[in-house]
Design a protein around this ligand. Structure first.
Ligand SMILES: [Mg+2]
Length: 103
């Protein structure tokens, strides 16, 4: 997967910086980027959505590198090696459960 190559290159270029920043700081950045993505989606701006998604993935990959996680394998295990039904049921659980509680 190309993600593996991307992650390896990210590690080569930014591992020292990411380690110095630390996972808590990167989580703060990830949260800020999530807000920026939400804003661009709200404004229906595909060019900016692309830019903010890139920021989000960049930061997520940095966090994965700090923990030595092979993101490509993690994604395969969690999403590609499961049936669509299993995945959709997992995604519905927390949201549907809360909606049902409110009714
Ligand atoms: Mg951004």
């Amino acid at each position: 997967m190309e993600l593996e190559i991307f992650q390896k290159e990210m590690a080569e270029r930014f591992a020292a910086f990411d380690k110095k920043s630390g996972p808590f700081f990167l989580m703060t950045v990830l949260t800020a980027e999530m807000g920026e993505l939400a804003e661009t989606v709200k404004n229906d701006d595909p060019g900016r959505v692309s830019e903010e998604l890139a920021d989000l993935v960049f930061t997520a990959v940095s966090i994965a590198n700090i923990y030595g996680i092979n993101l490509s394998n993690a994604l395969k295990e969690k999403y590609l090696n499961r049936s669509t039904k299993e995945i959709s049921e997992k995604w519905k659980e927390p949201y549907l459960g809360k909606r049902v509680e409110r009714l």
